[in-house]
Ligand binder design. Sequence first.
Ligand code: SF4
Length: 129
Amino acid sequence: MTDFDSETGLCKGCAHVREVVSARGAVFFMCKHPERPKYPPLPVMSCDAHVPREEARVVVPYERLSADALRGVIDEFVSREGTEHGLEDVAIEDKRASIVRQLKKGLAVVLFDRTAGTANIVLARDLPS
Ligand code: SF4
């Protein structure tokens, strides 16, 4: 996969970019790198600070996280929209247990973003091959 996008150049595929959507639906690409302009003129054809998005993400074995850290990542995941369990009201403990089972089976993984300093749970099948 190429990092280059005809509209933004290197920015769209960069780990430092955040897509900002205005109230009118316009999409802006904001650079979060501390030494770069927040809104560089696009397309950015060359940038020493560019980090391909996929290179910034690493799978962290869930066993390496402390119990508190793992619980924080799991709680953040289960509280997000789109992880609902249909119309049933599922207890948070059951949701946590379900995620732990998926982590143990390798169906889900903890993905750490080195540039953002955040961890997330994703389905293993959604990882780039
Ligand atoms: S670091 Fe460079 S390539 Fe990455 S978002 Fe900022 S300006 Fe774009």
